[in-house]
Design a protein around this ligand. Structure first.
Ligand SMILES: [Ca+2]
Length: 401
């Protein structure tokens, strides 16, 4: 679905009202928000343009390789990258841009709209067991589809490529539904070894509050796909026991911070993109509340009207269309340690957020000039990003000397 940062007058009023209500006591956060709302409505002044260029001088961006609709990446222990392309290709690329042929054994994916091959991550003990996890859109009957998560062993081959063995599907969205949007299927392992999966609501709204479906939820599983006994709804059985949190829309980023806390961002509807602190068993309110409104103009009550639902720690109107997420722990950019980095699709930006206690703030926004789909941290602390869509570049970001 296309995302436009333009806003109607009523949304502006809604956004300004929210600023008045918001608990952000920090002048800086307020000023940054005003700046970005302002920059959408008024032509950027020369000063603003200069400021944006200066911020981009925080790093040098070096193109490394080009991909066809890249979606996700992760680093192998040997320093090379696994990269997914939406049409169903998994590739290995070295840090100097040498690409393998497609890795064999990747399943058929339902490619189209927002669907296709999605995330790729390593098992925490990959060096010993060679297990990787893939997410993708899988076709069902009667024009339906749904996200699936599989694991397989990656065997590297002497030609620099690889093949998958022992392929096993360990989780599926249920039910499969029509449409090609909002699969989610971002993956992350917690420090204590559980697999977390974002499962978006497939643009069907109400499943996010339906405990008999796993759409619009964040899921927690063991590494083999079985359900941990400690899940908040484990005693309810069925599909409900998979659920860690509910009330989500379209979740395309998931990351643990240095304290082991889980953060996720999600695309709001028209307005109201969110960064959330994910807490066991909580309800994040969609579609009953949102700081945005439906695309057809139907209002959605704001988070402030229903305090029983977890409210976002950052709410963006105009939207950024977040995709990809790391919380930085490297040494190459020491000033950014513990900052979050979020890719922006419609905002064509890399967004840095900072955390203070249990809240968060947008600290900086780097104009990238292209939709940014994915962010990763390299072994030496460089930041790597993937542009979206056909011809999407793999970029390595290093400090400006
Ligand atoms: Ca990744």
């Amino acid at each position: 679905m296309s995302r436009f940062p333009s806003v109607t007058g009523s949304q502006l009023i809604k956004a300004l009202r929210k600023l008045g209500n918001c608990p952000w006591g920090f002048v800086t956060g307020f000023a940054i928000t005003i700046f970005f709302i302002g920059s959408t409505f008024f032509t950027a002044t020369a000063d603003q343009k200069a400021a944006r260029a200066l911020r981009n001088k925080s790093f040098v961006s070096t193109p490394v390789a080009i991909f066809d609709e890249p979606w996700a990446m992760t680093f192998l222990p040997d320093g090379r990258l696994l990269v997914t392309e939406k049409a169903g290709r998994l590739l290995i690329v070295s840090q100097d841009g040498k690409k393998s042929g497609p890795i064999s054994g990747v399943p058929a994916v339902d490619h189209g709209g927002q669907g296709g091959l999605g995330d790729v991550i390593l098992h925490p003990f990959f060096s010993k067991n060679r297990l990787i996890y893939l997410s993708y859109a899988e076709a069902g009957g009667r024009d339906t589809r749904g996200a699936a998560v599989a694991r397989a062993r990656l065997a590297l081959t002497p030609d620099g490529g690889g093949q998958l063995a022992d392929f096993e599907i360990i989780w599926r969205q249920e039910p499969k539904v029509t449409g090609r949007g909002h699969f989610g299927h971002r993956l992350a392992f917690s420090p204590d070894g559980f697999l977390f999966i974002t499962s978006s609501e497939r643009q069907k709204f109400s499943p996010a509050q339906d405990m008999k479906q796993n759409l619009g939820k964040i899921i927690r599983l063991n590494d083999d796909g079985s359900v941990p006994a400690g899940n908040p709804f484990a005693d309810r059985g069925g599909i409900t026991k998979q659920i860690w949190t509910l009330g989500h829309r379209n979740l395309l980023g998931l990351a643990f911070d240095s304290k082991g806390r889980l953060w996720s961002h999600e695309m709001g509807p028209r307005g109201g993109d969110e960064l959330n602190l994910i807490k066991r068993g909580e309800n994040y309110g969609y579609p009953l509340v949102s700081n945005g409104d439906h695309y057809d103009g139907t209002p959605i009550p704001d988070h402030a009207t229903r305090p029983e639902f977890m409210a976002p720690k950052i709410s963006w109107t105009p939207v950024i269309s977040p995709a990809g997420f790391i919380i930085y722990s490297g040494d190459m950019f020491p000033q950014w340690k513990n900052s979050g980095f979020i890719g922006g699709l419609s905002s064509q930006a890399l967004i840095r957020v900072t955390f203070e206690g249990e809240t968060a703030f947008e600290a900086e926004r780097f104009n990238m000039g292209k939709r940014i789909r994915e962010v990763e941290q390299g072994p030496d602390g460089a930041i790597w990003v993937l542009e979206d869509e056909t011809g999407g570049k793999l970029l390595k970001l290093t400090p400006n000397p």
